[in-house]
Design a binder for this molecule. Structure first.
Ligand code: ADP
Ligand code: MG
Length: 320
């Protein structure tokens, strides 16, 4: 199973940022309201994520590290109507197979926290520990046993940049989440719970930029679209960043990216459209998120209608 897990890890766990993504999603799935991320050396030495979510009962800890063990899929049909972030049940097993790994958890009603550890996939017995309600996952020395993978990592600064981007996506998609990111002991982001997205955007980009963002919203048979788009007049010195979320999950989609460019066409210089933060909410079966293990690419049932909705909504707002 170690080899199987390492192969699975190869699919999903490419670099420290992939670890952070999986752990953050697990914390969100556990309904955390607060997440603290501590990283050392770009995440190559340490990634620790502590949440105040619902936790895992002591007796279920070994299961959480078992491949294809997930508490989130009940029937095969669920695969097509995935509402939670994680559903493949392989992230933890994969991460544990390529790192020195600790998972400590204490659900409500359990007197002590319990911890399970693994080193390169070999799992040690569960031990009781002190600890607050919630879960803390610690991943040290990523790829210490897979030199071929370790070799492909970039500088710590670059790896940290990717990891911080994952953190940013989660923080933007969940404004009410209290989220902290520290790198080598220094606070990079300490985001208090925001009342709404604009409030959160203000902490990221400054209130000046946030105030000028144009609210966007529309509703069709397929999707509710909402969010903010940068003012066409702000395309010049604006920070890059076009964020698109589907049902709370960051996605990348060529067609919708194209609709965005089209919306700004003629209003801004070619290739220079401002920041945007767009959220699509659809029925779970309007899109297949199972196209790729990282779930960033999706396949929409009716992608041309979505294209028209996005383009039409933005155009209407820009021409107001
Ligand atoms: P998946 O998220 O696809 O179910 P994972 O390997 O990411 O698979 O996690 C395995 C299981 O461990 C989850 O189904 C969940 O029950 C538990 N788990 C992982 N992280 C957390 C967390 N932060 N809080 C509570 N439970 C967790
Ligand atoms: Mg998961």
């Amino acid at each position: 199973p170690e080899v199987v897990n390492q192969i699975a890890a190869g699919e999903v766990i490419e670099r420290p940022a992939s670890v952070a993504k999986e752990l953050l999603e697990n914390s969100l799935d556990a309904l955390a309201t607060r997440i603290e991320v501590d990283v050392a050396a770009g995440g190559t030495e340490l990634i620790r994520i502590a949440d105040d979510g619902e936790g895992v009962p002591e007796e279920d800890l070994p299961l959480a590290l078992t491949q294809h063990a997930t508490s989130k899929l009940r029937t095969p049909a669920d695969l097509f109507t995935v509402a939670t972030m994680g559903f493949r049940g392989e992230a933890l097993a994969s991460i544990a197979s390529v790192s020195r790994f600790k998972f400590r958890s204490r659900p409500e009603g359990q007197e002590l926290a319990a911890e399970i550890a693994a080193e390169g996939g070999s799992i040690t017995p569960v031990t009781p520990r002190g600890g607050p309600l919630g879960t803390t996952v610690e991943v040290r020395d990523l790829f210490f046993n897979v030199p071929a993978r370790r070799k492909f990592l970039k500088t710590n600064a670059t790896e940290f940049g990717h990891l911080a981007e994952q953190f940013t996506r989660v923080a933007l998609a969940n404004p009410r989440l209290h989220a902290t990111l520290r790198h080598n002991g220094k606070v990079v982001y300490d985001l208090p719970p925001a009342v709404d997205l604009r409030d959160r955007l203000a902490t990221f980009f400054g209130s000046k930029i946030a105030e000028r963002l144009i609210p966007v919203s529309s509703e069709s048979d397929i999707a509710r679209l909402w969010g903010f788009a940068g003012h066409p007049g702000d395309s010049k010195g604006s920070r890059k960043g076009n964020y698109l979320f589907l049902n709370g999950r960051w996605i990348t989609d060529r067609s919708l990216q194209h609709a965005l460019s089209e919306a700004y066409r003629g209003l801004v210089m070619i290739g220079r459209h401002p920041i945007s933060f767009l959220f699509l909410e659809t029925a779970p079966d309007a899109a297949d998120v199972n196209v790729h293990p990282t779930k960033c690419e999706v396949r929409f049932r009716d992608s041309s209608s979505l294209y028209r909705q996005l383009l039409g909504t933005l155009r209407t707002e820009f021409l107001k």
